[in-house]
Design a protein around this ligand. Sequence first.
Ligand code: GLN
Ligand code: ZN
Length: 785
Amino acid sequence: MASHIVGYPRMGPKRELKFALESFWDGKSTADDLKKVSADLRSDIWKQMSAAGIKYIPSNTFAYYDQVLDTTAMLGAVPPRYGWNSGEIGFDVYFSMARGNASVPAMEMTKWFDTNYHYIVPELGPEVKFSYASHKAVNEYKEAKALGAETVPVLVGPVSYLLLSKLAKGVDKSFDLLSLLPKILPIYKEVIEELKGAGATWIQFDEPLFVMDLEGHKLQAFSGAYAELESTLSGLNVLVETYFADVPAEAYKTLTSLKGVTAFGFDLIRGTKTIDLIKSSFPEGKYLFAGVVDGRNIWANDLAASLITLQSLEGVVGKGIVSTCDPLNLSLTRCLYYLCIGADKLVVSTSCSLLHTAVDLVNETKLDAEIKSWLAFAAQKVVEVDALAKALAGQTNQSFFSANAEALSSRRSSPRVTNQSVQKAAADLKGSDHRRATEVTARLDAQQKKLNLPILPTTTIGSFPQTVELRRVRREYKAKKISEEDYVKAIKEEIKKVVDIQEELDIDVLVHGEPERNDMVEYFGEQLSGFAFTANGWVQSYGSRCVKPPIIYGDVSRPKPMTVFWSSTAQSMTKRPMKGMLTGPVTILNWSFVRNDQPRHETCYQIALAIKDEVEDLEKGGIGVIQIDEAALREGLPLRKAEHSFYLDWAVHSFRITNCGVQDSTQIHTHMCYSHFNDIIHSIIDMDADVITIENSRSDEKLLSVFREGVKYGAGIGPGVYDIHSPRIPSTDEIADRVNKMLAVLEQNILWVNPDCGLKTRKYTEVKPALKNMVDAAKLIRSQL
Ligand code: GLN
Ligand code: ZN
């Protein structure tokens, strides 16, 4: 029985690639240094997989930045502004596309499906001249071979590549990106020929687009593309890998009828419905790559359950052949031979690339031993895949299986996981909508009586610049190098500084600046029960950037107030309203590794109840304006439209739970870090916040068009008036102009004036003048109204 890994993290167990990249970018090390670190990482991974007994080991899943950008380089689809014409694409052009250079900004980056990974979006159009410009796939295959590892080279499939692209600037909107297939397939053919020449016997095309809602002509593009590649692919085993959701029935038919393809890979963790499709029909004689080990989570696999799933598929793969196996006409040995062939065609795999999980558990020396026994990072998942493949072939590693069963049973029965009162409180939520009793307009009146704000009130989103000194204080406190007393004193001083600046700037609703927070999710996770933290559980987000999501392992509760001390301290420093600042339940959920032993929405409801307690304690503590950030609400939107409404219902409900109990006069704000919300505007209104601040400065038009289309909106709204991602200081006129544009569409009594997002990553030298201009712009317009 064979085993396969879809892809593997590139960063290294201790983010070696990150440091190598950043040092190279800073000019502190050479290209050769970077290549050496990278080659060592690749070699370690191949060795590790060979040692674990993996049969189909991937190559070309390493990337210096991103696998989609690698494909752009392979196809020579470099936008002209990067000044490349011909030859093999080197670091300078590659990294210029990824990160920009002194004269040209980077290409756009966007989220890779519903993961936290981001890819560089190809810019294509009729003018692009494709050519074979990066031999990386072939070089990596040869590199592995030289090290003694026979690998399956992985390419982003041609149809997914085009469907993940966008039109280059100036290209007519009616241009169909799929019409470029005849131009890119010749290059894929060159690559395939070269791989064959180098000795490859397998090739993997990642075509994750198969799991999306696709119109008929897009499905046809897959059929056409693989039919075109068929003759070049002959002699190779060809795996088309899908992941992140189930494959819809129509797409499944197309996929399993592709010409030239001999193997199909499925995500059987998120795509449980695909199992039924596979069972009802799977093409005769083809390989089934069954992704039963979760590539997107950190939990140890339930090996016994996976084995049952695999066994149920064993018959399916063998079935076509076995049914032709008529014992009257064939000898028994021959029948068994066919059966074995069938069995060999079921390959145990991961649900998707392991890129989306943490790298190696061995480096978690500080993690609680019991919790650690419940986990498996990429390195451990490789071992699980192999153990399952062997078990399927009758060579069960008993001790490994029993240790796994033991860990799972300890997880199921651990008192640290289950908290009866939390379970009960979450169950009791059923049946209520958790809506504030009064309409938003009436609430705004009650709030205005108390707050007495000017028209176009000014505010900021929460964080103020985090200086080196501030980070040092937090670090030293955590490491117990400074006393609690000294820490509190230092943070209070920082808050005072931030309050003074805002008063001087004459901002209307103040923030305390979040100096005590390292990260908006981690800060809350550390104070809630049911969360664990890793030392090295990093996951690549984009380029050299990684995130370290907390692990939610148990029922979530709030042992004691989390922010009340800091918020009320800040409020005591000013007569102006001080916003309490919380992270919302959906964002905490979406930016964590979430338990897989209960539905996501149940975990979200538990977090909501914990935040609800905090909101109510803030209110009791004299905080009249409370912001509950839902930066990641949109991110959690499922890939398929049919699932959107269920998600939005529980996500929005969770948000309402947090604040349904406050008085009319308490003003609830929320903040969101995206502007594409046209399609979910009704859900956003349904959150029933009093004020929403939202990223906008990079896309005025898109945002405001929703309101132009007559969406009835009564709550306060603060579309960001300047981009905090850039060091640029916007002028008063520029901001006033923006506000005026908004006033053309929005009622003046609901409009707020604020930046796009928190100011944490900016410098004071940028923040002060920018905010001054913002306040001046608000005052200027007030005087004209
Ligand atoms: N309150 C947070 C801050 O200002 C919000 C950050 C975010 O939306 N990503 O930092
Ligand atoms: Zn934001």
